[in-house]
Design a protein around this ligand. Structure first.
Ligand code: FAD
Length: 443
């Protein structure tokens, strides 16, 4: 049994480890076009901001460690084609330029996403960056040495994490967002405004409703041209979204879903026999809406990879789906969401109702208590829990979003949330935790 995996990060390496463990007699080979495997891209903003010492610290396992565990790792090997009938992939060694056909019994496509680069960002100017992998992080880090002004284009979670990191390095930062507010894909409007206010408090010049038209500079970038004038910058980071890398899946003849990502069943099988897909390039079942969604995140990628690994090795595993949980921090503010926002629910025709509770995260009399805002959303009539959004000045306090996420997995109700026996002591929450207060008001 030969298991071939394309892509050696979260999904690919989880699959390789699981497959190898499940069937030690199988030959497991990972082809990775880049220089590094098995690392946490999620940590990149924290290396850039100085909270993590080096990019090397993000690496979970080196190729040597993986090889010692029986997993073949081929770095700088680009998979350029698939022949699903012959069960071979075409692999090009980037060092020599030589291509060869490699056979497989089971193939996993775990090729992730690529950052979207609008036309204006396809430029030979130095100082223009995206942030996806460790080499991107190293290039940005080098570019920031000696830089004074940074412009971040995109107010999603990566742009907002980077805003904090670049301010921590003493740069003046302008953040441009085309939408009316930042964090637009995660939160309802009133909460978006609070995130923006926090980023502004952190010293960032946030400009929303602005469209970038081009870049200026000679050799190196010197500014960003927008529909509302020029922004001076010696470093520009483009963080305007991602698109799934589906070329190989398409070449294999696999069906893509409505979202544009690879369509898979709960075993991570594509529509082509013997070909699996997992991670950021694949769709997942949303357990609240029962629709297929594309929400590219780390735990999902690891989990899908694990499921694919077991199944490819001859076992039986299923990916139960996601509920749209996400979390990030920008400056002092923790931001989290799970399930559906009011806006998302309404767009799907669901009769949703939300309550907002603004309180303190710990007992109000505790010196460390800080403001927390919970927006809880449920379905009118049925009482079904639909989602939650949280903002907190003690950023770790938004981690209580997990309580709601766990309930959403079991199609829980607002009443069940209210009845939950949540932990209480003054340095953690009020006796009636803010989630319970919200459930009580919504119920
Ligand atoms: P990837 O990590 O994209 O890996 C795919 C690999 O496939 C790449 O190494 C690529 O080189 C390789 N590849 C592609 N095509 C080929 C080919 N044809 N041949 C050979 N190799 C190929 N998620 C969270 O949940 N929480 C966070 O806080 C968070 N923060 C993030 C911050 C940043 C800055 C970034 C960039 C991402 C963050 N993420 C976060 C997302 C998370 O990193 C991804 O969900 C995860 O890395 C996806 O893993 P993957 O294996 O599916 O894809």
């Amino acid at each position: 049994m030969r298991i071939v995996i394309v892509g050696g990060v979260a999904a690919g390496m989880s699959a390789a480890s699981r497959a190898q463990r499940h069937n030690p007699r199988a030959e497991v080979v990972v082809f990775e076009r880049g220089e590094v495997v098995s690392y946490g891209a999620c940590g990149l903003p924290y290396v850039l901001g100085g909270q993590v010492n080096s990019f090397d610290d993000l690496v979970a396992r080196t190729p040597e460690q993986l090889r010692a565990r029986g997993i073949g790792v081929r770095l700088r090997h680009d998979v350029t084609g698939v022949d699903a009938k012959a069960r071979t992939v075409t692999v090009t060694d980037r060092a020599t330029g030589r291509s060869a056909a490699e056979p497989y019994d089971r193939l996993l496509i775990a090729t992730g996403v690529s950052p979207v680069r609008p036309d204006w960002a396809r430029t030979p100017l130095k100082g223009v960056h995206v942030l996806r992998d460790i080499p991107d992080g190293q290039a940005l880090d080098a570019s920031l040495q000696g830089a004074r002004r940074a412009c971040i284009v995109g107010g999603g979670y990566i742009g907002l994490e980077l805003a904090e990191a670049l301010r921590a390095r003493g740069l003046s930062v302008v953040l441009l967002e085309q939408a009316p507010e930042v964090a637009g894909r995660m939160l309802d409007r009133p909460l978006q405004q609070q995130v923006r206010a926090e980023v502004e408090r952190g010293g960032v010049d946030v400009r929303c409703g602005v469209t970038v038209q081009g870049l200026t500079g000679q050799g190196r970038v010197s500014g960003v041209q927008t529909d509302q004038g020029q922004v001076r910058a010696d470093v520009v980071v483009v963080a305007v979204g991602v698109r799934p890398n589906v070329e190989l899946a398409r070449a294999a003849g696999a069906r893509l879903g409505r979202t544009g990502a690879v369509a898979v069943n709960l075993r991570q099988e594509t529509s082509v026999a013997g070909v699996y897909a997992a991670g950021d390039n694949a769709e997942a079942l949303h357990r609240v809406t029962r629709r297929r969604v594309h929400i590219p995140l780390g735990l999902t990628a690891n989990r899908m990879g694990r499921v694919a690994g077991v199944n490819m090795a001859g076992g039986e595993a299923r990916f139960p789906g996601v509920v749209g949980t996400g979390i990030f921090k920008t400056f002092e503010l923790g931001v989290a969401r799970t399930g559906l926002t009011q806006t998302e629910a309404e767009a799907l025709g669901i009769k949703a109702v939300s309550v907002d509770v603004q309180s303190t995260d710990y007992a109000g009399y505790h010196e460390a208590a800080r403001p927390i805002h919970v927006r809880l959303t449920g379905e009118r009539g049925t009482g079904r829990l639909l989602g939650a959004q949280l903002l907190a000045q003690n950023h770790e306090s938004v981690k209580r979003v997990d309580v709601v996420a766990a309930l959403l997995h079991t199609r829980g109700t607002v009443q069940q949330l209210f009845e939950a026996d949540l932990a209480y002591a003054p340095p953690f929450s009020g006796v009636w935790d803010v989630l319970l207060v919200a459930a009580d008001r919504l119920g």
